[in-house]
Ligand binder design. Structure first.
Ligand code: GDP
Length: 357
């Protein structure tokens, strides 16, 4: 595993959003990005390839009284932009899930649906810690929306009738979680997040409860994942392919989430391929250009290196046969053969998993 003797730094936890179709995964991601941006400051979020980085300062600005930023030393949260459990289950890292933590979105009126059950099974199998976003609270009859407010404050502004209707729906979801084998409660009642799943009532439409979700994700990561987040920032980069894409001027490229170490321009890398691992050399590391510059410039900008956790587009020869979900490993001070064997072993594990499903 990672050599912890030098250059240890805490990386950003990787967050995935999953849940039944139409329960609001995309809207929730949009709202998190949008409200982070409207916090106003430059650098409020950083758009990566396939992911969005929300720094602690921005989360703290959004969460207001809910967060004391001095309680945290993790740098923020990296949300994978593609929601859904199909992408989640193909995105592995060293045999586990690529995401360190997940948000399971459940429509507060619809409760558990088939894809909610599937998502729960995947989270259980991969041992991924998660919180439940009980979404669309604003559709409760008679709801009085409190845009962007913490959820308990918003609940105080509701009529008794609206409050009790929402409570009923929330307890239904808590019951369904219990049927699925997870003891759960409204997040502010949870004492031990290792034993109980926190349920966060929220609305992706009005943003109420979103500060709470970010606070809970930050708190969970800080308390239970700090050790896993300690990485050697100068170590050989390790990542997972999100997508293989042809780009004009570059040929086949791999959009990759890097979860350990650093990838540098010119590095020899091994990438999981359809028939066998691909050994190639990084020709360019590409990131999205800031929006303001896109009109006049190219879509991507080149960077010299990229450290975990981050999303990046890797341009290199011979990537046509690369696969989504496959590992990417920098060779650095090891032999190519050694790294090829590592990648083969990891691919074999992924195939066993897929065959099991
Ligand atoms: P996904 O399939 O899980 O990604 O769901 P979407 O984000 O596409 O949302 C499905 C529909 O529900 C869209 O019409 C959204 O506008 C709507 N929706 C999502 N979140 C909310 C919410 O909090 N309140 C309300 N009223 N509508 C929502």
């Amino acid at each position: 595993m990672t050599d912890h003797t030098h250059a240890d730094t805490l990386r950003t936890p990787i967050v995935a959003v999953l849940g039944h179709v139409d329960h609001g995964k995309t809207s929730l991601l949009d709202t998190i990005r949008g409200s982070a941006v409207s916090e106003g400051e430059a650098g409020a979020i950083t758009q990566h390839i396939g992911a969005t980085d929300i720094p602690l300062d921005t989360i703290s600005g959004m969460a207001g009284e809910l967060i004391d930023p001095s309680d945290f030393d993790l740098p923020g949260l990296l949300f994978i932009d593609t929601p859904g459990h199909h992408s989640f289950s193909t995105l592995r890292a060293r045999g586990g899930a690529l995401a360190d933590i997940a948000v399971l979105v459940v429509d507060v009126n619809d409760g558990f649906q088939p894809q909610t059950e599937e998502a729960i099974d995947i989270l259980r199998r991969t041992g991924t810690p998660f919180v439940v976003a009980a979404n669309k609270v604003d559709t409760t009859p008679g709801w009085n929306p409190q845009d962007g407010e913490p959820i308990q404050r918003s609940m105080e502004a509701q009529s008794e009738r609206a409050k009790s209707m929402l409570d009923e729906n929330l307890y239904e979801i808590i019951g369904q979680l219990s049927d699925a084998g997870f003891s759960a409660d409204l997040y502010w009642r949870v004492q031990d997040f290792q034993k109980n799943i926190g349920v966060v009532p929220l609305s992706a439409l009005t943003g109420e409860g979103v500060p709470d979700l970010l606070t809970v994700l930050m708190g969970l990561s800080q308390r239970f994942m700090k050790e896993e987040m300690a990485i050697d920032v100068t170590g050989p980069g390790e990542g997972t392919v999100l997508e293989v894409k042809d780009e004009r001027g570059f040929g086949a490229t791999v959009d990759t989430v890097v979860y350990d170490g650093v990838i540098r321009n010119g590095d020899t890398v091994v990438v999981g391929g359809q028939d066998e691992p691909i050994v190639t050399e990084v020709r360019a590391l590409l990131r999205p250009r800031p929006l303001a510059e896109i009109r006049t410039e190219k879509e991507f900008e080149k960077v010299g290196e990229i450290g975990a956790a981050a999303g990046v587009k890797i341009a290199a020869p011979d990537l046509d046969e690369a696969m989504a979900g496959a590992p990417v490993r920098v060779v650095r001070d090891r032999t190519v053969d050694q790294v090829v064997e590592e990648v083969k072993a990891e691919l074999a594990e992924i195939e066993v998993e897929t065959a099991d499903n």
